[in-house]
Design a binder for this molecule. Structure first.
Ligand code: F6R
Length: 611
């Protein structure tokens, strides 16, 4: 949420910052702004997208030091004044911020009483005035010392980048609860909230940890902890290629990412699944496999789409590995007093690895003595670094705000973990694990065969583009898919949609069904087929419009449906990997037909780094 970029070097900072902002626009797109140092401070900012900002900047906006921001509004509506950077009353300091300053009201009152003036409705403005007041009171301090001193007064979450006209050779950055990294170049340095913004310039990055502050200069960087002690930080090699962060000929990132899934699922399986031997190797969990085998209970915490994967994980771990599982919304878990017993294991699932609530749930679980393992996509992210062990998705950067390939990556990884655990525990017959492993190896080509028929889904989408509501029904492993299908539709097309366990429909939502209501039925698991057939009959009896997703072998459901899309036959436990694909496509085509901004849906942003 909110993209931050900074540059210091020999290039025009304006060009690097604008390019970086475009790459990070998926993190927030309410407004954008840039501050350049060139014999003074020059700030340009406006409501709207980076394109609008670009049109305000001209070649006279020069300078070799700059910071920029693309905003997802928390405090204060998106308008020119509330846009970042915010500046000090002297006009010398500018800063950009990601996060929320919780005590901004009391700080503001204090600063106002000291004579500082405020112009915006944001929480962020107090930070720049606070830094200014510390410097005004202690003019002998360096910028970094003043910032360090002031940070002690700020409660809440932040990633800050700060420039000062009197200290033109440096950018100061600090993080607490919001990601920041340093891109280490040759005679130039970058800072960013996201690796995609620096990938073009360097493949060397340093991740800042909680409470750290860094002084960034053209040829060096210095990282200090909150006690002012200098740290030696590991330099990581960035594994993001430019190709991965561009659209590659697709009209939208979301469509590109949907079509990447045969490859991304293969990448999740690579080196882990061995169909010839019927084995699974998960290097990231090898040291903790004994603990997992002996655990009596697994808790999985996540948000949004990742929570849907977690729910699937619950069904799967119980079904295959015979382990009791509880699934938690990370945002609830963190504020409860959850009972963690000795030996409990907590998994956190997150595409970005930066979701504030998931990170807080991780910390809470650790505090309570649990071992916490991660299922994460972004390498080097906060969650990846703070978990005790884990498995990466290897899905590559996901830029479309609506999660697609991360969901199938998470489901793939959960399946690998569940089957592996079942084998280690000796609770699965070899014939069954061999069957699942072999079927899993076929999934990428089966996903491709679905994508090859995307036109069929487009035809269905064309008929239902203006439906005001949708209902999604599924049972067993298809229930999390129903939730995910409904979420995809509502977030990018703004159509109200609900996912329900099919039988639960009778306890309320059935009242909504009439001849205007499209009901998407995911009838993809054989062991619940008879019951799904009954539910379809119940919908039909009330004239609901059935759009079914079912196996190509399921003649009965096909015949009962007004519209049907078939998926290749597979094991019940693997069916979500196939049945979710047509639902992703359905939401995409409906949203495009409605003229919605698919990659940047209103009010949303990728990577929710505020609670
Ligand atoms: C929906 C979506 C969100 C995320 C949620 C968690 O398409 O993308 O619901 O799934 O914000 O994000 P991560 O997985 O990054 O923790």
């Amino acid at each position: 949420m909110c993209g931050i970029i900074g540059y210091i070097g020999n290039k025009q900072a304006r060009d690097v910052v604008l390019k970086g902002l475009k790459r990070m626009e998926y993190r927030g797109y309410d407004s954008a702004g840039i501050a350049l140092l060139n014999g003074g401070l020059h700030v340009t900012k406006c409501k709207g997208k980076v394109k609008a900002l670009e049109s305000l900047i001209d070649s006279k906006d020069e300078g070799f030091v700059g910071i920029g921001h693309t905003r997802w509004a928390t405090h204060g509506e998106p308008n020119d004044v509330n846009s970042h950077p915010h500046t000090s009353n002297s006009g010398k300091i500018a800063l950009v911020h990601n996060g929320i300053i919780e005590n901004f009201n009391s700080l503001k009152q204090k600063l106002e009483s000291e004579g500082y003036s405020f112009y915006s409705d944001t929480d962020t403005e107090v930070a720049v005035k606070l830094f200014e007041s510390v410097l005004d009171k202690n003019p002998e301090l360096s910028l970094e010392k003043a910032v360090q001193l002031a940070l002690g007064q700020i409660n809440g979450a932040y990633g800050f980048a700060i420039v000062h006209a009197d200290f033109p050779d440096r950018i100061i950055v600090s993080r607490k609860g919001s990601p920041l990294l340093i891109g280490v170049g040759d005679g130039e340095m970058l800072i960013a909230s996201d690796a995609s913004a620096v990938a073009e310039y360097t493949d060397k990055v340093v991740y800042l940890d909680e409470g750290e502050l860094a002084v960034i200069q053209k040829d060096s960087y210095q990282v200090l902890d909150s006690n002012d002690v200098e740290l030696t930080k590991e330099v990581h090699e960035l594994a993001v290629s430019l190709e991965e962060i561009e659209k590659g000929g697709f009209p939208h990132f979301m469509l590109k990412e949907i079509f990447e899934q045969p490859k991304t699922i293969s990448d999740s399986l690579r080196g882990r699944l061995n169909p010839d031997l019927g084995t699974i190797t998960l290097g990231g969990l090898s040291n903790v496999m004994d603990k997992l085998v002996n655990t009596k209970r697994i808790i999985i915490a996540a948000c949004g789409t990742s929570w849907h994967s977690a729910l699937f994980g619950e069904y799967l771990f119980e079904w295959l590995a015979k382990i009791s599982v509880e699934v938690e919304y990370a945002s609830e878990f963190r504020y409860r007093d959850p009972l963690i017993n000795e030996g409990d294991v907590v998994f956190v699932i997150s595409q970005s690895g930066e979701t504030a609530d998931t990170l807080a749930a991780l910390r809470k679980a650790k505090e309570k003595g649990a071992s916490v393992y991660g299922i994460v996509n972004v390498v080097g992210s906060s969650i990846a670094r703070e978990t005790d062990a884990g498995v990466y998705l290897h899905a590559g950067p996901e830029i479309g705000v609506a999660s697609t390939k991360a969901f199938t990556g998470q489901v793939t990884v959960l399946t690998l973990i569940a089957v592996s655990l079942a084998i280690h525990k000796g609770v699965i017959e070899k014939a069954e694990s061999d069957r699942i492993i072999n079927a899993l190896a076929r999934i990428p080509s089966q996903v491709q065969s679905i994508l090859d028929r995307s036109e069929q889904i487009k035809n269905i989408a064309d008929l239902f583009t203006y439906a005001p509501n949708f209902l999604y029904l599924g049972r067993s492993f298809s229930f999390p898919v129903a939730l995910e299908g409904a979420l995809k539709l509502k977030e990018i097309s703004y159509i109200h949609a609900e996912g329900y366990p099919a039988a639960e429909m009778k306890h309320g939502p059935i009242a909504l069904i009439d001849d205007m209501m499209p009901v998407v039925v995911i009838a993809a698991t054989k062991h619940t087929n008879d019951k799904m057939v009954s539910n379809i009959e119940e919908v039909k009896a009330r004239k609901g419009r059935i759009i079914s997703i079912t196996s190509e072998k399921n003649q009965e459901v096909k015949e009962l449906s007004e519209f049907n899309f078939t998926i290749p036959d597979t094991e019940d436990v693997l069916s979500p990997l196939l049945s979710v694909i047509p639902l992703q496509l359905l939401s995409y085509y409906v949203a495009v037909n409605r003229g919605a901004n698919v990659d940047q849906p209103r009010n949303l942003a990728k990577s929710v780094t505020v609670e």
